[in-house]
Design a binder for this molecule. Structure first.
Ligand code: HEC
Length: 448
């Protein structure tokens, strides 16, 4: 309470000072208003930082945005997409909930304004001498996490599958042995579709961890994994997702004899992709290191007992999951299909108070974005908290992704059916540690 009101008070103070102290705000604003951003000086650095990872010849986007010559014809489209917050893909509601993420790739308002002004001013090149040096991009077939961690310690491939040029969506569910003979704690995981074919046809891929949990003890968690939860899903990948990295005090646990049950969703694209293989890459902690907490991937449900959307209508559903012990949520990743419109995740605490954790208000089904919380804002929630996931589906003609607004829609795994859940990595804490973490954050612990 204190810290909060202090912050507000401080904000007012700063605003007043600015009014009184700034000598010639009008002059400064005028100079700013006259300034015409150029590609070389102002826009190229933004594209390098926020667009080129996807917009280059060997990546997933339809056109390359590396050079002025490549960018210029797209200037108007670029303006439209950045103003509507469709590009870069980052669809979180900026007006509610937590706003600090480890992997935020959205544009700041200032960057959006710069691009708009550049396009409105005729999209000039400016002085070539101002161009930043070209970025050296990593090999598109390489593991994304390799620049941080090197090659994975363990790679588990799916059995090959040939995706025909045309046809229905296919769910490919081969089982794979990991060959693991020791218990190992996992620091990071990545799922990698093959390049270039797999990147175009893999809609999403889930790796489920199957292992014997009996007798696993010594965890600083108040949750019984044997009966309650099991090892859970290991990782879910979808277009736009890179990998999962756990904080130093947490990780996933793999046991000897562990197997991976793949669940790969292929979508035909008009050209055959032969013998496609999806790989799971696992990075372990050093054998001697045991993180304090075990992280579990939950699919928090966004409906209870079914989705039911009338033709031409907006549908809403809600799902409820209780946290069985104190926990920290590490990320938020909504999952819906073509009619997905918005999804929020709220926490109802045992004292009855309610917190909006996040809302994705501009959901795009072909982007499954994993919003990874910054360490100091990852929500800490007491045991008994109810996680409420609310999903909105748009089955009207107003949704341009809607394949057929005349259909009734229920839940199912085809792209034209619907789903509603949020993938969230949950680290269960013991009570003392939870209290300590909350105390460390002070009054701002649950303040976003
Ligand atoms: C994570 C990958 C990714 C990032 C980052 C990204 N894009 Fe895209 N972009 C795509 C993909 C894939 C498409 C095509 C599918 C779609 O429209 O969603 C696309 C489509 C577009 C289009 C529409 C093209 C058309 O055919 O009309 C524009 C314009 C665009 N992006 C601009 C940008 C700009 C500008 C940035 C950076 C500020 C950016 N993108 C960042 C992947 C990305």
């Amino acid at each position: 309470m204190h810290a909060k009101s202090y912050r507000r008070w401080l904000g007012v103070g700063v605003a007043l000072c600015a009014l009184v102290a700034a000598p010639g705000p009008a002059a400064a604003n005028e100079a700013e208003a006259d300034y015409q951003p150029t590609f070389a000086k102002d826009v190229a650095p933004i594209l390098q930082q926020k667009c080129q990872e996807c917009h280059q010849p060997n990546s997933i986007a339809p056109m390359s945005l590396l050079t002025y010559g490549e960018v210029r014809p797209w200037a108007r489209a670029i303006k439209d997409r950045v103003v509507s917050l469709e590009m870069p893909p980052w669809h979180i509601d900026r007006t509610v909930g937590i706003q600090t993420f480890q992997n935020d790739r959205s544009l700041s308002q200032e960057q959006i304004d710069t691009i708009v002004k550049w396009v409105d001013g005729g999209a000039p090149l400016g002085d070539r001498a101002d161009l930043p040096p070209a970025v050296e991009w990593p090999d598109p077939g390489a593991w994304r996490l390799s620049d941080r961690f090197g090659e994975p310690d363990l790679v588990v491939p799916s059995a090959p599958y040939t995706v025909p040029a045309d046809g229905q969506d296919k769910w490919w569910r081969p089982m794979a042995e990991t060959g693991l003979t020791d218990e190992r704690w996992v620091k990071a995981i990545e799922i990698k579709p093959s390049f270039p074919g797999g990147r175009k046809v893999v809609h999403h891929a889930i790796a489920r961890l199957l292992q014997e949990e009996e007798g696993v003890t010594g965890l600083a968690n108040s949750v019984d994994f044997d009966d309650d939860i099991g090892p859970g899903t290991f990782m879910e990948w979808a277009v736009g997702k890179e990998g999962e990295i756990f904080p130093d005090d947490a990780g996933k646990l793999m046991l000897p004899g562990a197997r991976i049950q793949w669940d790969i969703h292929y979508h035909a694209i008009g050209e055959e992709v032969v013998d496609d293989v999806v790989e799971l890459g696992v990075y372990f902690y050093d054998p001697g290191y045991k993180p304090k907490y075990r992280t579990i991937l939950h699919g928090f449900r966004g409906h209870q007992g079914g989705i039911d959307i009338a033709p031409g209508q907006i549908g809403m559903s809600q799902g409820f999951t209780m946290l069985k012990g104190p926990a920290r949520l590490e990320n938020y990743q909504p999952h819906m299909h073509m009619r997905g419109k918005a999804m929020s995740m709220e926490a109802v605490l045992p004292d009855g108070s309610r917190r909006m954790l996040n809302n994705v208000n501009n959901f795009q089904w072909n982007w499954h974005i994993n919003y990874i919380y910054a360490d100091d804002v990852a929500p800490l929630l007491p045991g008994g908290t109810m996680i409420v996931v609310t999903a909105w589906h748009d089955n009207s003609t107003g949704n341009r992704e809607n394949p057929d607004p005349r259909q009734w829609v229920g839940n199912g795994s085809r792209t034209v059916d619907e789903m509603a859940h949020a993938w969230v990595d949950v680290t269960y804490l013991d009570q003392d540690e939870y209290d300590e973490l909350v105390a460390e954050r002070g009054d701002l612990a649950n303040d976003d």
